[in-house]
Design a protein around this ligand. Structure first.
Ligand code: GLY
Length: 399
């Protein structure tokens, strides 16, 4: 037998693993983030938006696009800085994370959007998790109070958007992600109201947002007076009846976190059913990085959405620890991370410091197609940390 074969096989395996593990990927992310921090002052100076504080994406001319805290994406970059600090324990990241998190804090009072969850939980939520700073705790509780003002007990849901001409009470599948803030606020304050609102929202969404195959609509519009479903439509997907990729990811992640917080088996089954829809779909590419919509008419030439893949990988690492399909789910998450690390990464020193390329923000609006975007990087780093904890035999979730 050729003695070189086992050695070669071993090298191949090691090389394959090394490309997607935190030990290699985090130093790359650190270098990219250093670059971004250097690019930010000039981008703020050039920004046409007042009060621009966080990076969002690249413009069509390759410039760094900065956004104010009121943008739903504003909390992701501070969250990335917290993840870098969590892995490296380097105070440089702690200092930066604190500074960029401070910028987002005014959002704790914005009653005009459900996105207070995304904004505050990804920034301040991670800050509290890692520092236990009492000030962050107060911000989280206030943000949960603010989000709760959007809950309508007749509908049983939190309203996503205001002032939509054709939708009196729109609820989008993305809104499942905001429940994490509410669960946390109950744990921090002892006030069960937030937990109850989260459970009601999850149950109502489970009833109305999903089709028999466990794909989800993007928008369900309710009658705020009766709670009746008025419309089942899309906003960012290809069609009302299609499966918008990131929306499927929000549902997967959302029900996984609801199971973590409640241990209600119905949520676990829902997450497993969503996982089955996504990962057995005939239009899912071999590398498991979805097209922006599972029903995009131009598949296989449709743009991908790396952000959907990253958040699905993160959710699948967590779900793997709850489900009897855990081994298969972990492999699915590893496969996604392998694909993202090999074929979707920015070149070192390029793309103004973004980590992943090839996400799709809002295809029907012709906006942010095949671009880097900060929420893709956030969920990719989160998935790397989860993968690393699993590899070390630690709990996937650190609270
Ligand atoms: N929450 C908006 C989006 O996923 O694009």
């Amino acid at each position: 037998m050729n003695k070189l074969i086992p050695v070669a096989l071993c090298l191949l395996t090691t090389a394959g693993y090394a490309q997607n593990n935190a030990k290699k990927a985090i130093p790359f992310a650190e270098k990219q983030t250093d670059l971004m921090l250097k690019a930010i002052p000039a981008a703020i100076a050039a920004s046409t938006k007042p009060n621009a504080v966080s990076p969002r994406t690249l413009s069509t001319t390759g410039e760094l696009v900065m956004i104010p805290s009121k943008d739903w994406v504003s909390g992701f970059f501070p969250g990335e800085l917290w993840y870098l600090y969590e892995y490296t324990h380097n105070n440089k990241w702690l200092t930066a994370a604190k500074a960029y998190t401070t910028n987002i804090e005014p959002e704790q009072f914005d009653k005009g959007t459900h996105d207070v969850g995304f904004k505050i939980y990804c920034s301040v939520g991670n800050g509290y998790r890692l520092t236990k700073d009492a000030h962050y705790k107060e911000v989280i509780i206030q943000a949960a109070k603010t989000l709760s003002t959007r809950f309508n007990p007749i509908v049983g849901c939190i309203k996503s958007w205001d002032n939509r001409k054709n939708w009196p009470f729109p609820v989008i599948i993305d809104n499942m992600m905001n429940l994490e803030l509410l669960f946390e606020a109950t744990k921090l304050s002892g006030d069960s109201t937030f937990h109850k609102i989260a459970v009601s929202h999850a149950n109502t969404t489970m009833k109305n947002h999903f089709r028999p195959d466990y794909s989800s609509y993007h928008v369900i519009d309710y009658d705020p007076q009766t709670g009746a479903v008025l419309h089942k439509q899309t906003h960012q997907g290809y069609a009302d009846s299609s499966a918008w990729a990131r929306g499927q990811g929000w549902g997967l992640y959302g029900y996984t976190l609801c199971y973590r917080e409640t241990r209600n088996k119905a949520y676990l089954q829902q997450a497993e059913a969503i996982a089955k829809f996504i990962f057995s779909h005939p239009n899912l590419p071999k590398d498991k990085v979805p097209y922006w919509d599972f029903n995009a008419p131009d598949i296989p030439n449709a743009p991908r959405d790396a952000s959907a893949a990253a958040l699905m990988a993160s959710a699948m690492y967590e779900l793997s620890t709850y489900s009897s399909n855990g081994k298969q789910y972990k492999k699915t998450a590893d496969d996604i991370m392998n694909s993202l690390s090999k074929r979707y990464q920015a070149k070192p020193g390029e793309s103004k410091g973004f980590i992943l390329l090839h996400s799709t923000g809002h295809k029907p609006a012709n906006s942010e197609i095949d671009v880097p975007i900060s929420y893709a990087d956030y969920y990719y780093l989160e998935a790397l940390l989860r993968q690393n904890r699993l590899a070390n035999g630690q709990s996937v979730i650190v609270q």
